[in-house]
Write a protein that binds this ligand. Structure first.
Ligand code: NAD
Length: 492
């Protein structure tokens, strides 16, 4: 039997201290595994957001702003070490909020939380500068060199699917470049951002550098933060529609933005692919984190000679997935994040039936006959037979599901993959090296994987094209958003 756990409380973290919301408002966080209230969260009002942003602004001029790059990088390395030292605390916080399998969070979410600080510490320490010698009209010369300075107060607005990983992916480079941050984690996953405040204090990050406010988007903490005139830049990961709303707020005062948004990613399986690897990789890209990964596959195109075999093997593997909470024996897939999100995913399951899809497997809510029936589970689902114009094939669902479709030629599948409003990621499965290099650059996305998925080197550019994002982050690409560049020209 699942035992009810004590309800915990998450306060705000402002100016180096945990504080209650001055708004006096609280909201409830529901467990995706049990459907019960597991936490009460302080909701920041306008005054709380102002408190956090002013603390962040003041910190720019305090001890933080006087550190050398080496000292800042050292602190970031300490953050990485401290997250790893408190690995189990972060693991508990993350799986309690998300319901994801512990095995997944242990492998991906928590290590990446630490790595995001270590990577950007290395990046900033090893950063060079551009240099040009210029002939001058009087026959002499000048030298030009580039410098960087922090942008200022960065608003970090993050989603619920990989809470620690995606939040630190932004806080890491922001701090490496000398900025201060106000983080607004998703209202559905407040725990790990709150816990990170303890780590900041433990390693001696000056107060006001890292602040956390909780709340919702519209008419709540998210909107109050993006509207605050002292915020210098907004980095956001979440839905494309939310990005549009934030962009309007950012226009006031001409604040810079960096957006990582939705996706409707394709996987392409050619007939020469290693099918064992293609099936295993597609299982991961479709079902990992219960399909709640922006980079996840929701459209699978398979070349006709291997279509039947591939679909049969994918179906068999999907039907073998064990559904369960974080500690469930052999768990492969957890619940969806919330009842509301399950309703959204199920509305697509119903739509697939209305649109006339063939259900290869799944399509509903599982009846597990035990405590798991209290959680927000849906069946891993595969459809086929829909036209490319159907909403199932065009819209992001963000659940454990995909549509499979046969194709004949390379040109045809490139056109199919590109025929979408989103442009985030694509996975190609082929053993023909020339084909891989020929096809990959023609896919209109920010990230292409060949014979792999989610393999990340944090120094590389990350981001999406079309409606999947604006800007690139990762390694030195992050400088574009997190710094202001200046050119110094010296006449000799
Ligand atoms: P969401 O857009 O609903 O919420 C994201 C964050 O924005 C939350 O903190 C939310 O409170 C806040 N927010 C909502 N409205 C706001 C407003 N008007 N002003 C300011 N803040 C506001 O997204 P979600 O449901 O949490 O996350 C899922 C989405 O995120 C999916 O579309 C997924 O594809 C996308 N995502 C993209 C990436 C990427 O790297 N491209 C990574 C992960 C998730």
């Amino acid at each position: 039997m699942l035992q009810p756990k004590a309800v915990i409380e998450h306060s705000l973290f402002i100016d180096g201290a945990y504080v209650p919301a001055r708004s006096g408002r609280m909201f409830e966080k529901i467990s995706p595994v049990t459907g019960e209230v597991m936490a009460r969260v302080h909701e920041a009002g306008r005054e709380d957001v102002d408190h956090a942003v002013r603390a962040a602004k003041a910190a720019l001029k305090g001890p933080w702003g006087k550190l050398t790059v080496a000292e800042r990088a050292g602190l970031l390395q300490d953050l990485s070490r401290e997250i790893n030292a408190r690995f189990d605390d972060f693991l508990e916080a993350e799986v309690a909020d998300t319901g994801k399998p512990k095995s997944l969070a242990r492998l991906v979410d928590i290590p990446r939380g630490g790595a995001n600080f270590a990577t950007f510490a290395d990046m900033i320490k090893n950063l060079g500068s551009e240099f040009f010698e210029t002939a001058t009209p009087d026959g002499g010369k000048a030298i030009n060199y580039g410098t960087y300075r922090p942008k200022g107060v960065i608003a970090v607005i993050s989603p619920w699917n990989l809470p620690l990983l995606l939040m630190t992916w932004k806080v890491g480079p922001a701090l490496a470049c000398g900025n201060t941050v106000v983080v607004k984690p998703s209202e559905i996953t407040p725990a790990s951002a709150t816990l990170l405040g303890e780590v900041m204090n433990a390693v001696g990050i000056p107060k006001g550098v890292y602040n956390v406010i909780h709340g919702f988007g519209p008419d709540s903490a998210g909107e109050f933060l993006t509207q605050h005139p002292l915020v210098d830049g907004i980095t956001f990961t979440g839905e494309t529609q939310t990005g549009e709303a934030i962009m309007k707020q950012a226009a006031v005062g001409l604040r810079d933005i960096s957006f990582e948004l939705g996706g409707k990613n394709a996987a392409i399986v050619f007939d020469d692919a290693d099918l064992d690897k293609a099936v295993a990789g597609t299982m991961q890209s479709v079902f990992s984190n219960c399909g709640q990964v922006c980079l996840g596959t929701e459209r699978v195109y398979v070349q006709r000679p291997v279509y039947d075999e591939f679909v049969a093997r994918l179906k068999q593997s999907a039907e073998g997935l064990v559904l369960g909470g974080p500690d469930h024996p052999g768990v492969g897939i957890g619940p969806l994040i919330s009842e509301e999100h399950r309703e959204k995913v199920l509305s697509y399951y119903r739509l697939a039936a209305e649109e006339g899809a063939t259900v290869v497997t799944g399509g509903g809510v599982p009846e597990l006959g035990d405590d798991r029936d209290r959680g927000f589970f849906v069946q891993p689902t595969i459809w086929s037979g829909l036209p490319e114009t159907s909403r199932i094939v065009r819209e992001e669902i963000f659940g454990p599901c995909c549509h499979v479709q046969p194709f004949d030629t390379e040109d045809e599948v490139i056109a199919l993959a590109n025929d979408n409003d989103y442009g985030l990621a694509c996975a190609l499965w082929t053993q023909d090296i020339s084909r891989a290099h020929r096809v990959a650059p023609q896919i209109e996305v920010g990230l292409v994987w060949v014979n792999s998925w989610f393999l990340r080197d944090l120094r590389t550019a990350f981001g999406g094209s079309k409606k999947s994002g604006i800007g690139r982050e990762g390694g030195e690409h992050s400088l574009e958003f997190y710094t202001e560049r200046a050119n110094i020209c010296v006449k000799l």
